[in-house]
Design a protein around this ligand. Structure first.
Ligand code: PLP
Length: 475
């Protein structure tokens, strides 16, 4: 493809995406295909001679679309939102076009510098304590990781390194790795357990209170108990906005225990973090001042397309010491004057992801981003009211942000059947979870275009399916 052809085909692609997003309501939200479907639609080897753009383009609809779950459909209410906006798409296009691999400052200064400023911008929008920001001139700062899972792993490896060594060359002999243990609540995302598994460390999942919140006394008791057994507690991951129910750990209490007991405190606010740009939700982040690191995903709820998980750390030397390796071919003569992000992450290569933040922040502005979050929360409350008004259903957890956890009154199997049928019909999609030993249906407001009419559409579908299932059960 030459530049002139790219001009033409690229515009065609932009039109395709604009049409796709504009007309997404018309598509069945869930695909109706079986595992292996693509093998029947395309050859089993790459073409020897190149094909035309037209041939490739027409296969998007024929091959890809039948197997797509339409995450940006206003009828998608599963998991949590995946952000999508036109400014972020334009920025991603530019990032692809520039194609730099910004592992050091020298490998593309703009890539590092814009990221530093964007992490400060977002940190200020969240009212993070100054210590987390580059502009404080202290050792804190922010970085874009690919995912919240990576951010947790980076925090865990940094904390492990900190507890095991006083410096890179001075490993404490008296800290055997097998004795290290980290904690999170039994509601924390599975990525915490996975990080411990990858780090070769023990993980202990702690029970929560009735509000599904991990409390300081439970944590302290676990630390003391494990120390008495000769273990070395070193890290706690607190969650703000759990995946199951959008519950909030008591980070004030957890942070206090971590400070007193000298454990690293990481906060995972993958979904809920975006809401803290609104003053009425910011109190949920109170206590972050005691954290060593904090992460949230603009790629979930801040209109920045995947992948963009922002992470702040109070002392960047902790991360850099854990992740530094220094072959000659990566060195440059400005080292030490500005961060080299290769020391802040697992891979070497990195995309120019801060462009997405820059375009989105500038084109929406803080006010419209706040309005977007508030709209989602209002829509969740609208759904909550519909559930509450129908005696057949119950809301099983307080609604704080854009997630409503509800169920049909009755056995778990009944709820499982209702959900199975809803997803089989494919008009809307929802996901289940289990907490308090109860099967629960999660309804998340996900699409940036969700309107009140979509909430009512979803509710009609849920009621229709529930009536069918109850009728067959003669209930
Ligand atoms: N943490 C929480 C609280 C989440 O809800 C999720 C995903 O929904 C994750 C972590 C994992 O996010 P990622 O896919 O960015 O690793």
């Amino acid at each position: 493809m030459e530049a002139e052809e790219f001009r033409r085909y690229g515009k065609q692609m932009v039109d395709f995406i604009a049409d796709y997003i504009s007309n997404i309501r018309e598509r069945r939200v869930l695909p109706d295909v079986y595992p292996g479907y693509i093998r029947n639609l395309i050859p089993d080897h790459a073409p020897v001679e190149g094909e035309s753009w037209e041939e490739v383009f027409k296969d998007i609809e024929r091959v890809i679309m039948p197997g797509m779950t339409h995450w940006h459909s206003p009828h998608f209410h599963a998991f949590y939102p995946a952000a999508n906006s036109f400014p972020a798409l334009c920025a991603d296009m530019l990032s692809g076009g520039l194609g730099c691999i910004g592992f050091t400052w020298a490998s593309s200064p703009a890539c590092t510098e814009l990221e530093m400023v964007m992490l400060d911008w977002l940190g200020k929008m969240l009212h993070l304590p100054e210590e987390f920001l580059f502009c404080s001139k202290g050792p804190g700062g922010g970085v874009i990781q690919g995912t919240a899972s990576e951010a947790t792993l980076v925090a865990l490896v940094s904390a492990r390194n900190k507890v095991m060594s006083t410096s890179k060359t001075n490993v404490k002999d008296d800290v055997p790795m097998e004795k290290l243990i980290c904690y999170a609540s039994d509601q924390a995302h599975s990525s915490v357990e996975k990080a411990a598994m990858l780090g070769g460390l023990k993980f202990r999942s702690l029970p929560v209170d009735d509000a599904l919140s991990l409390r300081g006394d439970i944590l302290r008791a676990a630390i003391l108990e494990d120390r008495a057994k000769g273990k070395i507690p070193f890290l706690v991951v607190g969650t703000l906005g759990t995946t199951n129910s959008c519950a909030f750990d008591n980070i004030k209490e957890l942070g206090k225990v971590c400070s007193e007991e000298h454990l690293w405190f990481h906060i995972d606010a993958a979904y809920a973090g975006s809401a803290f740009i609104c003053s009425e939700f910011r109190h949920l982040l109170d206590g972050v001042e005691n954290a060593d690191s904090f992460s949230m995903n603009p790629h979930k709820w801040l209109l920045v397309n995947f992948d963009c998980s922002t992470m702040w750390i109070k002392n960047r030397h902790d991360i850099v010491e854990a992740f530094s390796v220094n072959p000659l071919y990566l060195k440059h003569d400005k080292e030490g004057q500005i961060p080299d992000y290769r020391h802040w992450q697992i891979p070497l290569g990195r995309r120019f992801r801060s462009l997405k933040l820059w375009f989105v922040f500038r084109m929406f502005g803080v006010k419209r981003l706040q309005a977007y979050i508030r709209k989602h929360v209002d829509l969740a409350h609208e759904f909550e009211e519909l559930v509450k008004k129908d005696h057949r259903f119950e809301v099983v957890f307080p609604v704080t942000l854009g997630l409503v956890c509800f169920r049909v009154k009755g056995p778990d199997a009944l709820n499982g059947e209702v959900l199975r049928l809803i997803n089989e019909r494919g008009r809307i999609t929802l996901t289940p979870t289990i907490f308090k030993e109860m099967y629960v249906i999660r309804f998340a407001v996900c699409s940036k275009d969700t309107k009140s009419e979509d909430i009512r559409y979803a509710w009609r579908e849920i009621c229709y399916v529930t009536s069918q299932v109850l009728a067959t059960r003669n209930l």
